[in-house]
Design a protein around this ligand. Sequence first.
Ligand code: HEC
Length: 190
Amino acid sequence: MRSLRAFLLLPLLMLLGGSALAQGPTYGVGRTPTEEEIRAWDISISPTGEELPPGRGTPEEGALVYRRRGCAGCHGATGTDGRAPRLVKREARPGSDPWNWGRILPIRAPYATVVWDYINRGMPLNREGTLTADEVYALTAYLLFLNDVIPEDQALDAQSLPQVEMPNREAFAPLPDWKPGMPRLPGYPY
Ligand code: HEC
């Protein structure tokens, strides 16, 4: 009985606590961010790429940026031999099983815009936000070329990047008749 009473009392206490919080004093800290500040923070790029900034880059330019911006220092000169995760798929054979490629964003991502967004926001590690839009297009083009997703002479910009067909795109679609307990992705064990 005792424990039952405690059990019933708990939601009541939580309710009271909640309303006490709601009536708490205001401390006068913080302020509403300006439109400009929100724009500066709101840099994520959706699959459609509509938020992409103007700019352009080719795989050839990307190879230069990769060295100039120190990517090689962590990911290795070839993108496969650094301390940081490799950036080029393991299985180069055409038609090889995508799940054997390794955790390689520039081949695994469902949309090429995800690769652009990741590099733009997260790299180079510890110097994030220092790359220009042109450099990010060039690096994305370079890494997609190294993974056989685009040809060596394809330039990427805000229009062409969202058009790139990523080879692992379909593997991200859940099975249409999925039920709890079934594997979530085709060909994947869990
Ligand atoms: C200081 C070391 C360092 C530098 C410099 C660096 N990276 Fe990285 N990078 C990392 C680490 C560590 C990760 C893994 C981060 C994680 O998993 O959270 C990573 C992850 C990545 C990934 C995702 C890999 C994956 O498959 O998930 C990409 C793409 C990438 N880096 C590209 C670049 C590019 C392009 C540059 C140069 C502009 C660069 N990195 C510079 C350390 C670095």
